[in-house]
Design a binder for this molecule. Structure first.
Ligand SMILES: NC(=O)c1ccc[n+]([C@@H]2O[C@H](COP(=O)([O-])OP(=O)(O)OC[C@H]3O[C@@H](n4cnc5c(N)ncnc54)[C@H](O)[C@@H]3O)[C@@H](O)[C@H]2O)c1
Length: 418
């Protein structure tokens, strides 16, 4: 394709990042925006004017003349929206998370296979500077065979809870279980190594005052201990501990690579340390190579969020559509390798901490076991397989908590609208 790829975005919050990409980059143009929240849509209209069409209805939006749809709608509703878009002939870039049930996972894979459309998963943390460099070096064999890794995405969202849940009692962030939002911590380790997860044991942070103040019904944080197909082990932790951390480390048979801890004030996820021998069994003095990972798109990265990583999900998705063989997208199978550890970790937690097998949905026979599996914490999708939001039983949160969050949100919104 020699022209710019025509992009439509649903979800004006997070989706504005992908809209910005279209403004800044040369390979894509924004043609349509969809959101059921009319005020939010008007804010975007102020910015984009007549150059773009605006829709409140997703089905009408899908009729627009465009090549690709970016899904930045609710995190627990991506799969049905992705399936609809692909069946309408559009390529899809999905924000996190890919699905919320096993039934949806089967339906998503089948839609990709049957339509032949490109499905890419926008797990931007894989493209943060250190994990991006660690992937390149791992694939070169720098640290040998993977043995152990850790991924951390710890984000205390209390101060921004009004802006991201709007005081909506049933907002997905209030209802999500502890290990749901797992791909920012798990994803980079999967993308670095290319190994499939096969077994998981889950752990859950308890209910704490902070969560109750926010109106969040799940445990404070989630943790997955995951075995990969080669026997290597991953510890993935994510959620709302008090102090933030984005950090990745990978140990192999001849060395280790990791990013900088935030408290070291040494460049955070922009910095990489490599401590590796030429071969396994060398045991010489440590030779640590430490450097700031260079940006691939310096100008764009400066203007976009999450350590510049937001550029890459869009760049690779658009390049893939244009036929660029080098495009590094996360396909549907890899997306599920990143997400299923969290889904099955919660089953492990609910079963008292026993390990759970992580199915390989590449195998069509395996899909049959899960085709009707709707277990999740969202009553709209779970049917008679509804799980509690918290492993030790649901907690009651008074409506006044949500009213207060709503009031704070309205103040913020009034500031934005000025
Ligand atoms: N990768 C990242 O770093 C990152 C950061 C923030 C958010 N996210 C993801 O982005 C997505 C959106 O999150 P958010 O924080 O912007 O807020 P959100 O999930 O509250 O907002 C979703 C938006 O989609 C709209 N929407 C929902 N259903 C719709 C429908 N049926 N028709 C039309 N519009 C609809 C809502 O009105 C809202 O504006 C989530 O999936 C979240 O996980 C990712």
């Amino acid at each position: 394709m020699n022209r710019k790829v025509k992009v439509g975005v649903i979800g004006v919050g997070r989706g504005s990042s992908m809209m910005n990409y279209c403004k800044l980059a040369q390979n894509a143009e924004l043609v349509a925006v969809c959101d059921k929240w009319e005020e939010g849509l008007k804010l975007r209209e102020r910015e984009w004017g007549d150059a773009v069409a605006y829709y409140t209805d997703y089905d009408e939006f899908l009729k627009h003349d465009m090549d690709a749809v970016v899904l930045a709608n609710y995190a627990n509703e991506h799969a049905p929206f992705a399936v609809k878009a692909m069946r309408a002939g559009k390529h899809v870039l999905s924000e996190v998370l890919p699905v919320q049930t096993m039934k949806e996972a089967v339906e998503l894979i089948e839609a990709v296979e049957e339509t032949g459309r490109i499905y890419a998963y926008a797990e931007n943390y894989c493209y943060m500077p250190a994990p991006r460099e660690m992937r390149r070096l791992y694939r070169e064999g720098k640290i040998g065979e993977f043995e152990y890794g850790e991924g951390e995405y710890v984000h205390n969202c209390e101060s921004i809870w009004p802006e991201i849940t709007y005081g909506e009692k049933d907002h997905w962030r209030n209802g999500m279980y502890s290990t749901f939002y797992c791909t920012h911590s798990m994803g980079p380790i999967i993308h670095i190594t290319g190994l499939r997860p096969v077994r998981v044991t889950g752990f859950e942070g308890t209910k704490i005052e902070r969560n109750l103040r926010m109106g969040a019904k799940g445990g404070a944080f989630g943790m997955e201990m995951v075995e990969l197909e080669n026997g290597g082990i991953v510890k993935s932790i994510h959620g709302g501990l008090y102090k933030n951390s984005i950090w990745y480390t990978v140990y192999g048979s001849k060395g280790r690579m990791e990013s900088a801890r935030e408290d070291a004030e040494a460049g955070d996820v922009h910095q990489v340390y490599i401590n590796a021998d030429a071969y396994s069994g060398e045991y010489g003095p440590n030779k640590v190579d430490a450097y700031k990972v260079p940006a691939q798109f310096p100008e764009l990265e400066e203007k976009m969020g999450h350590g510049g990583s937001d550029v890459y999900t869009m760049y690779h998705f658009i390049e893939k559509i244009k036929g660029n063989e080098e495009a590094d997208v996360i396909d549907v199978y890899e997306a599920l390798d990143m997400f299923l550890p969290g889904l099955f970790a919660y089953r492990s937690i609910l079963a008292g901490g026993i390990p759970m097998e992580i199915p390989n949905l590449r195998d069509k026979a395996v899909r049959e076991q899960y085709r009707n599996d709707t277990a999740c914490t969202d009553p709209k999708a779970a049917g008679d397989m509804l799980q509690p939001n918290f492993s030790k039983g649901n907690v009651e949160i008074d409506d006044s908590v949500y009213d207060l969050i709503r009031e704070k949100w309205l103040v913020k919104l009034a500031e934005q609208e000025k």
